[in-house]
Write a protein that binds this ligand. Structure first.
Ligand code: UD1
Length: 349
């Protein structure tokens, strides 16, 4: 497999995956609407690869557009073919991910996430491209009490965003079953990716107001916010604050490379994998680790629980280790150091 399409390839996770595949000398086609990302990310990617003496302009193809637009998508596949590098597989990261907004505007979420995925799958089928790795989320487990979450658990989403992720998984299941010998489908259920590339040249650069913990900690560290509100200190956890399975975004990108190799090396198959470290960290412990690593005080205040939150989200990683023969390498300290390095460089520019 030499030619890969990454939808949402300019986003936080997509951009790290793009770098990972370019570094492997693949031809990478990026589709992004840039509604919640920035084209500058590709300058960062180029700089990293040029430093490593591993950049070739002709390997990176960037297309601005929306995955709900059939004509646009068909055109990308057509151009890739014309270029002599037909798209052979897809990593599908494009989608909306703000839980709060998904409650306020569910139709938008169903339209972008599910409508967009259906459109993508139709265009893939038309172009005989039948290998897809989909960015799913630990959100599909909801607040299941069987911790750590195993892939075989019944999905139980608790917000519209989560329902769209489960629905896309179901569509992929149906597709796989209907044409068993044709499709290779995988979905990776990400736990909590944070951090940034260690170069400080790419990282999270969303244009919307952050809702997730790590960019908020960084805003406090840089003085853009006075403090972080910790959502509840009465959870049934060691210190009363929620626990999450944080993993470094560079490790997550690597997991995509390995999962894609697995799909390519298999006959028609369906792969469902948690991607996490299998270790949980509380909100307070993450804040303490950030303070210690970066020598910056983070002010916080305890507030009420956030609606729709879960107390503990932790991956069972046995299947990931067995299939990928790998586990994430980077520590919470690496995540705090690299994520802050990126935030500082972002503030300078
Ligand atoms: C959230 C979503 C999840 C989605 C993921 C990526 C919810 C319930 N879950 O995951 O579906 O896939 O983002 O977008 O929204 N926290 C604070 N103060 C803050 C922000 C967060 O205490 O200002 C705490 C949260 O309560 C949580 C932890 O930090 O315990 C992590 O929060 P967050 O980064 O939003 O991720 P998730 O809630 O795990």
């Amino acid at each position: 497999m030499k030619n890969i399409l990454i939808t949402g390839g300019a986003g936080f996770i997509g951009s790290h995956i793009c770098l990972e595949f370019l570094a492997q000398q693949k031809n990478v086609f990026i589709i992004d609407s840039f509604i919640n990302s920035n084209k500058n990310v590709f300058h960062g990617i180029k700089k990293i690869l040029i430093k490593e003496n591993n950049f070739k302009e002709s390997r990176l193809h960037i297309f601005k557009g929306d995955i709900r637009d059939t004509l646009f998508l068909s055109n990308v596949f057509f151009k890739a073919k014309q270029n002599g590098t037909p798209i052979e597989s897809v990593i599908h990261c494009a989608g909306l991910k703000a839980v709060k907004e998904s409650f306020i505007n569910p139709i938008k979420y169903w339209d972008f996430n599910v409508g967009g995925s259906i459109n993508l799958l139709k265009v893939m089928e038309k172009n005989n491209c039948r290998t897809i790795l989909f960015s799913s989320s630990a959100t599909v487990y909801g607040n299941s009490s069987e911790i750590p979450f195993k892939e075989t658990l019944k999905t139980n989403p608790i917000n519209p965003y989560g329902f769209t992720k489960v629905t896309i998984e179901n569509i992929l299941d149906n597709l796989f079953e209907s044409k068993k010998n044709k499709w290779k489908v995988g979905y990776l259920r990400y736990f909590n990716p944070i951090g940034a590339h260690p170069s400080g040249l790419i990282g999270e650069n969303s244009s919307s107001k952050p809702e997730n913990i790590f960019p908020i900690i960084c805003e406090v560290a840089s003085g853009l916010r006075d403090q972080i509100n910790i959502f509840g200190n009465d959870w049934p956890t060691s210190d009363g604050t929620c626990q999450r399975d944080y993993l470094h975004v560079v490790d997550l990108a690597k997991a995509h490379r390995m999962a894609m190799s697995f799909l390519n090396d298999s006959n028609s198959t369906k792969l469902v994998l948690n991607i996490g470290r299998g270790e949980s960290t509380s909100v307070l412990d993450l804040i303490k680790a950030f303070e210690k690593t970066n020598k910056i005080k983070i002010n916080y205040k305890f507030t009420n629980r956030r609606s729709g939150d879960v107390g503990i989200s932790l991956a069972n990683t046995e299947k990931m280790v067995e299939i990928l023969k790998w586990k994430p390498e980077k520590s919470i300290e690496d995540m705090c150091r690299d994520g802050w390095k990126w935030q500082k460089s972002k503030l300078k520019n």
